[in-house]
Unconditional design. Structure first.
Length: 131
């Protein structure tokens, strides 16, 4: 699973607002380390079963493809339409981890807006996916 794909595996609904994260922060080595650590923790957690992880991986891949398509179209307004699917994905991850791996759930929640910022910024998005 890709780092962002795994984490997309994310995010939460019902936020009062969107925290803007400058691309320099989202693509910093510290952020990449946090995402890599988060990916590893998602992969290793026993809070999510193997089959569920496969399903989530497919959902994350689909969502990443939708972000990629929106960025290729060059319509930043179109990226905003992915907020709800992103939020639903993160909500799903939080629901799966909150009881059996609360530290992971907290990390997901803490990085939710940072990841959203990285996904919505075309330059950061392409840097993170390696294209």
């Amino acid at each position: 699973m890709q780092v962002l794909g795994t984490v997309l595996i994310l995010l939460i609904s019902g936020c009062a607002g969107v925290v803007e994260t400058p691309p320099s922060v989202a693509s910093s080595p510290e952020m990449q380390l946090n995402l890599a650590e988060l990916e590893s923790r998602l992969r290793d957690t026993t809070a999510i079963g193997a089959i569920t992880k496969l399903v989530l991986g497919n959902e994350a891949s689909d969502l990443m493809n939708r972000f990629r398509a929106q960025h290729l179209d060059g319509r930043t307004a179109g990226v905003a339409s992915l907020r709800q699917p992103y939020n639903m994905f993160i909500l799903k991850l939080l629901a799966l981890t909150q009881d059996r791996d609360p530290n992971l759930a907290r990390s997901l929640s803490d990085l939710r807006e940072v990841i959203w910022g990285a996904l919505t910024d075309p330059k950061t998005f392409h840097a993170l996916i390696g294209h």
